[in-house]
Design a protein around this ligand. Structure first.
Ligand SMILES: *Cc1c(COP(=O)(O)O)cnc(C)c1O
Length: 429
């Protein structure tokens, strides 16, 4: 018999916020005691196959011995030390690796503590860059609808205006310029009219634009939209032509999820500023980074402020950096590309769902599988169904989607896919 104290769900319900829930009628939460590989264990005895990789982050599954070792070794040496006036091997070695694996023009690394903060830093870099060039009118951002860039205010201001309830924050949020979400699908024809409309918006606004920010290839939390690589290529051209910086938010797509190490490789382009996070530490610790070019970084330092005005307390946290190094080494050592392809292949089973009337579309890319319904899903109801089947899948809106750890065996992918089919078939949504 184990002697753990049971998790106090009453206290949780009374006192603790969970993401995007009401304090009056919170969605149910399931008490988890531990994790292992691609399994999540509930206090009530169930073992769940993880379909979410803890929101894109647990690439190698949970409790990977190499990551656990990296954390314990580093924790016994130095968990944290301030980064102001100090440096250390975990930060230096990690940044070396990041410069090496990201597109060539990206040479300067800012380490931050979460994805949202890395987006804040990216926006600050863009603004400070144009200020340093004497162009103080370039203060607006342009972005596409259906984007998601985080929940802090500057990041939220470039999220989809409807999804992130911009109307509620009117007068408080900076107002930026939105173009339609990219419409031409990944791997299909690119519609020219869409690119012409995009260029027209650049023509109209470029004098006031600091940067265009977008998630490359996959707009995730804003709708799981897989869009055409030609759109991204065109965006790069337009940013160059109209003197606008390109910020790519690879916080979800980075580290192989779409089948390329970084999704911008599908379009063979490099951004001026890149945000990474989520899977950076293999899902063990919170860490993010904003990378930029020599041009932007040196430009900022030539400006009036001389410095980039940002410095989080836990900047360059050694524990997180050491874990990230171990996670990147694991990616190098394992054939992640083959695994992502294998998972994609196994996920083709999801297409069976299209025979069910309520399904609008099934799409997969890399190790991401999406079943889009015509109706909004009842999250509490469908999660209960999935838990009874031994699956951890958390839909949002009309989207039931999975992005499992790369180590997930085929038979578990099969169970995730058939669980989704059955949930829809039994109207458990
Ligand atoms: C999750 C996410 C963020 C925000 O990251 P946090 O670590 O939650 O702050 C930003 N952009 C994208 C694309 C994301 O998926």
């Amino acid at each position: 018999m184990s002697n753990y104290q049971s998790i106090d769900l009453d206290f949780d319900r009374e006192h603790i916020w969970h993401p995007y829930t009401s304090m009056i009628e919170p969605l149910p939460v399931y008490p988890v005691t531990h994790t292992d590989k691609n399994r999540i264990f509930l206090e009530t005895g169930e073992s769940l196959i993880d379909g979410m990789a803890s929101w894109w982050s647990a690439l190698h599954g949970y409790n990977h011995p190499k990551l656990v070792k990296a954390m314990t070794v580093q924790a016994s040496k130095m968990s944290h030390v301030m980064f102001g006036g100090i440096t250390h091997a975990p930060a230096v070695d990690l940044c070396k690796k990041l410069v090496e694996i990201t597109p060539k023009p990206l040479q300067k690394v800012f380490l931050a503590d979460s994805g949202s903060v890395s987006v804040e830093v990216a926006i600050k870099m863009a603004l400070q860059y144009w200020l340093s060039q004497g162009l103080s009118n370039k203060t607006k951002l342009m972005t596409a609808k259906k984007g998601y860039h985080g929940d802090t205010f500057a990041a939220m201001s470039v999220c989809d205006p409807v999804n992130s309830m911009h109307s509620m924050y009117q007068g408080f949020l900076p107002e930026h310029i939105f173009v339609d979400a990219p419409q031409s699908k990944f791997g299909e024809e690119q519609n020219d009219a869409e690119l012409i409309a995009l260029e027209n918006t650049f023509k109209q606004h470029h004098n006031e634009l600091a940067a265009f920010i977008i998630e490359p290839i996959v707009q995730n939390a804003g709708g799981m939209n897989f869009y055409n690589a030609k759109y991204l290529k065109k965006l790069r051209e337009l940013c160059d032509k109209y003197d606008v910086l390109l910020i790519l938010d690879e916080i979800a797509t980075g580290f192989g999820r779409t089948g390329k190490m970084f999704a911008c490789e599908h379009a063979d382009i490099a951004p001026d500023i890149l945000c990474i996070g989520k899977a950076l530490t293999g899902g063990c610790m919170t860490l993010s980074a904003t990378l930029t070019t020599d041009k932007v970084a040196l430009g900022i330092s030539q400006g009036e402020a001389k410095v980039l005005m940002h410095g989080p307390t836990f900047m360059g946290n050694p524990l997180a950096c050491a874990t990230a190094i171990a996670s990147l080494e694991l990616l190098e050592e394992t054939d992640w590309q083959a695994n992502v392809e294998r998972i994609n292949h196994a996920m083709q089973n999801l297409h069976r769902c299209t025979t069910l009337g309520v399904v609008r579309e099934v799409r997969t890319l890399g190790a991401i599988g999406v079943v889009e319904l015509c109706e909004t899903v009842d999250v509490a109801k469908i999660q209960k169904f999935f838990i009874d089947k031994g699956l951890w899948i958390r839909p949002f809106g009309k989207l039931i989607y999975i992005m499992p750890p790369y180590i997930t065996p085929d038979k578990d992918i099969e169970r995730l896919c058939s669980g989704i089919y059955e949930a829809i078939e039994h109207k458990a949504y």
